[in-house]
Design a protein around this ligand. Structure first.
Ligand code: NAG
Ligand code: NAG
Length: 256
């Protein structure tokens, strides 16, 4: 990822001054022991002494300069881990890929409060918060539900705070919104979720054939995806489930 900025050939062609010259109060990395120093204007750039000459480098996209041998890679770190950018700007705009706002970083999940993405050079890896914790966008880590504002009430319930919402292309699972809080649900065996009527029906539907086998047993994974059980809001009350819905059993006893 590390690349030097500017090209000697390009500069020669346009006859520009060498834009890698140290400007203003910029310290010269060749004058210091570490041979590496942050740029005074941009927090995502740094100068390194290469063959006796100062060279300007970009941090990997999404990271900012932290110091030699610091940060997560190449002396660069996640911007939110310290005040690296106080009084400075970021020179580079985000380069996004699937699930990643920047090539490097930690980002919220699109449909789940207990999941998040870690991105490394644009490759996203799905992560899971366990033990009833939720992903906190502010601290970029798993946190107690009471510290995670606006997560449990999810935009996917905006249209109808008490409606059902398809879960991707799933024929079996769907979100049930209860007062704006999404809860993962599964249709009973042999029924499929109908995207039109938003309920579990006898197949086939337009999108779903008759299941060839019984649906798999509820996975540990599915339980984690739900909102944690120790939150009083989530005490189950099954009397208002839609026709055909079965709740996913809670794991463990609710705390009282
Ligand atoms: C990042 O990914 C690009 C292309 O996907 C690749 O060319 C490059 O070598 C990778 N960089 C690192 C540091 O892994
Ligand atoms: C569950 O909800 C229904 C209406 O949605 C209500 O009539 C009933 O009293 C509730 N039961 C409990 C145990 O809260």
């Amino acid at each position: 990822m590390r690349r030097a900025i500017g090209g000697v050939a390009l500069m020669a062609f346009f006859g520009l001054v060498n834009c890698q010259q140290l400007k203003g109060n910029q310290d010269d990395p060749c004058q210091i022991k570490a041979r590496v120093i942050s740029d005074i204007t941009y927090c995502d750039r740094y100068w390194e002494c290469v063959n006796g000459q100062p060279e300007l480098y970009d941090c990997p996209n999404g990271l900012v300069f932290a110091g030699k041998n610091r940060g997560v890679t190449e002396g660069c770190d996640y911007p939110w881990r310290s005040n690296y950018c106080d009084g400075k700007q970021q020179a580079n705009p985000p380069i996004g890929t699937d699930h990643c706002d920047w090539l490097y970083g930690i980002f919220g999940h699109e449909t789940s409060c207990t999941r998040y993405w870690t991105c490394w050079n644009g490759t996203a890896t799905e992560q899971l918060c366990i033990g009833g914790l939720l992903y906190n966008e502010r601290t970029h880590s798993c946190d107690w539900p009471e510290n995670v504002d606006g997560c449990q009430k999810h935009p996917l319930c905006n249209d109808d705070p008490n409606g059902n919402v398809p879960l991707g292309k799933s024929c079996n699972r769907y979100w049930q919104c209860q007062g704006g809080y999404p809860r993962l649900q599964r249709c009973p065996a042999m029924l499929v979720f109908d995207r039109r009527s938003l309920r579990c029906v006898v197949p086939p539907t337009e999108d779903c054939d008759v299941p060839s086998t019984l649906p798999p047993p509820v996975q540990e994974d599915d339980l984690q995806e739900n909102i944690p059980q120790n939150n009083p809001r989530n005490q189950h009350n099954f009397s208002n489930l839609p026709p055909g819905a079965i709740p996913i059993p809670s794991k463990g006893k609710p705390k009282n």
